[in-house]
Design a binder for this molecule. Structure first.
Ligand code: FES
Length: 114
């Protein structure tokens, strides 16, 4: 873990373009990473509608992921709902890319700093 609480969870080469990949943080919390070129976004593991794994979702537009179960859509950049049936946003995580390393800051680390 770095001084600012970010932890390495993947490399860019682990992440196929626009394909959700599940990863775990050191505290066991599960997240889903999505890469768009050299940008990577991190969202909570399961859909806010009925807890279906977002790893099984599909990118249907720029920065938009669609849940595989009932087709709710979310903006991966801020977790906001684009299309119902979900109404609660997804939790997102801060991500840094350093060279090939993808680092994510758990909420617990962020909250400790603020
Ligand atoms: S569980 Fe994702 S839209 Fe219902």
């Amino acid at each position: 873990m770095t001084d600012d609480g970010f932890q390495r969870v993947a490399t860019l080469t682990d992440l196929p373009e626009q394909h959700p990949i599940g990863k775990s943080l050191a505290n066991g919390e599960k997240i889903v990473l999505i890469r768009f070129g050299s940008e990577v976004y991190a969202i909570q593991e399961c859909c806010s509608h009925a807890d279906f794994p977002m790893e099984d979702g599909e990118i249907v537009d720029d920065y938009v992921i669609e849940c595989a179960l009932h087709a709710a859509q979310f903006d991966v950049r801020d977790g906001s709902v684009i299309a119902e049936p979900a109404w609660e946003p997804l939790r997102t995580y801060e991500v840094k890319v350093a060279g090939d390393a993808v680092l994510v800051r758990p909420h617990s680390a962020r909250d400790a700093k603020e």
